[in-house]
Design a binder for this molecule. Structure first.
Ligand code: MV4
Length: 456
């Protein structure tokens, strides 16, 4: 095992990694920006190093400064958390060149799965279901029209280097398709330096289901079952739960196994998530692979008992996964609500500033992952997530009740948070009946009067 690791992140995930490292007897070095000087998580690190001013581009995204910090502090490995440099294969490569272990996949595996065209090709080979569409990058508009004719409209144009909703165009006619290819390609070339685009069938009403996987450097991979992350707004997840309800066991197992096969074929080491869309008939189609620990990993930790962050550190140190597929089973149901410092009544306007009151709920089956406490000042420079509330119940009904109880207990002020929205969403008929799709939150926000159709 490592003696000391550097954490190239901030906030709740920095704290989460510190806790895992300490349990493994591993010292931590936390880098921080000037805006995070008073970050409560820094008190828990063994060493801290300031790497620059508040803006991320001058601190958490500075590869040179982070590597220098690792070298001067004699850290043997770097955990990137999520966001910032977590899915940057250049960073993973620089770590390797500097003899620092990157806690995550090799730059090659990251590049292979991060590029959506090569990822989709690998998925096909692993037996992971994908959308019908072009097998490769589209070279000219006629080729795209030919593909669209064979699979039928509507189709979606996606940038191979895109992700999280960037560089996509929906097309319902030849004209829209030709236009979509041009604009998506231009956008992707400008944003990612790679204009490659592909075309696939567009699914209108879908649920977002993802499979948590883990791999080690000895060729082992497992899946930890799935989560539903359908409740989103503008590609930002709001509520995640696991296991994804209402899926036939045979389908669930086949899709989860195929995700683990994909990760194994890619010689993937660390935590990965394979994302899918699922239609009403429970057909699955892979979207993309996230090559990092995700925000919602605690949902899976609750239902499987596997510590995903500890596993990510252990496998980076060359250990075998501590679990094999046969050891992994699901107990009960877990739900996570992301607590963002945003005002849901003012178009989710960020709410930086002083948190005067912060009292977290507790009790049986309640977990709060947060770096915030009363007196903490939220800097304006970063993501607005200030914590995650995770509950674990015997079944979905108990988990929903537990979540409502925990939200009622949660005290945050004077800043607004998304907790008020979570209370509404969890009480809404579509949520309770698990009859929703990826657009349901935005539909509810657009037509609040329709809440008469809601239960409470
Ligand atoms: C799609 C799709 C429908 N059909 N692909 C959005 C983000 C990126 N991960 C892929 N996305 C989508 N890809 C096909 N073939 C609809 C979306 C999509 C979406 C997916 C998951 C969660 C929320 C979403 C919101 C809008 C569109």
């Amino acid at each position: 095992m490592f003696n000391r690791i550097l954490i190239a992140n901030r906030g709740e995930i920095a704290l989460r990694i510190i806790r895992a490292a300490r349990e493994l007897g591993c010292e931590t070095v936390c880098v921080f920006s000037e805006a995070d000087r008073d970050g409560p998580w820094l008190e828990q690190a063994d060493h801290t190093i300031c790497i620059g001013p508040g803006p991320s581009v001058d601190s958490y995204l500075r590869i040179d400064r982070i590597i220098s910090a690792a070298e001067t502090s004699h850290a043997e490995a770097i955990h990137p958390g999520y966001g910032f440099l977590a899915e940057n294969n250049e960073f993973a490569g620089v770590c390797r060149d500097c003899n620092i272990e990157f806690i995550g996949p090799s730059p090659e595996a990251m590049a292979l799965l991060g590029d959506k065209i090569s990822c989709k090709r690998m998925a096909r080979e692993a037996g992971t279901p994908v959308f019908p569409g072009s097998a490769d990058a589209i070279e000219d508009p006629d080729e795209a029209i030919e593909v669209a004719r064979s699979i039928g409209f509507p189709v979606i144009v996606k940038a191979s280097a895109g992700g999280g909703g960037r560089g996509m165009r929906i097309a319902r006619t030849d004209e829209e398709l030709v236009d979509g290819i041009r604009t998506a390609s231009q956008e992707a070339a400008a944003a990612f330096g790679n204009g490659a685009v592909y075309v696939e069938k567009f699914l209108e009403h879908a649920r977002h289901i993802e499979v948590q996987c883990l791999g080690d450097s000895h060729g082992n991979s497992v899946h930890l079952y799935n989560r539903d992350c359908t409740s989103q707004r503008r590609h930002q997840k709001l509520i995640e739960e696991g296991p994804a309800p209402g899926i036939k066991d045979s389908i669930r197992d086949a899709v989860c196994v195929s995700a683990a096969d994909l990760i194994r074929n890619a010689k993937y080491c660390g935590a990965a998530t394979v994302e899918f869309l699922m239609d009403r008939e429970q057909n699955f189609y892979m979207l993309e692979v996230n090559t990092r620990v995700q925000v919602e990993h605690p949902v899976t930790e609750a239902i499987t008992g596997v510590d995903i962050v500890k596993e990510s550190i252990l496998v980076a140190a060359g250990e075998h996964l501590s679990v094999s597929q046969g050891d992994i089973s699901i107990t009960g149901h877990a739900i996570e609500c992301r607590v963002n410092a945003e005002d849901p009544d003012r178009n989710f306007m960020p709410q930086p500033g002083l948190v005067e009151e912060f009292m977290v709920p507790g009790g049986f089956g309640i977990r709060v992952d947060t770096h915030v406490r009363s007196g903490y000042r939220i800097p304006p420079n970063y993501d607005s997530m200030i914590g995650k509330l995770i509950v674990h119940g015997r079944d979905r009904t108990e988990a929903i009740a537990k979540m409502q109880s925990a939200i009622a207990e949660f005290r945050v002020g004077p800043i607004c948070t998304t907790l008020s929205l979570h209370r509404r969403l969890l009480a809404a008929k579509p949520f309770i009946e698990y009859d929703f799709d990826i657009h349901w939150v935005e539909r509810l926000l657009a037509a609040p009067d329709a809440e008469s159709s809601l239960l409470t």
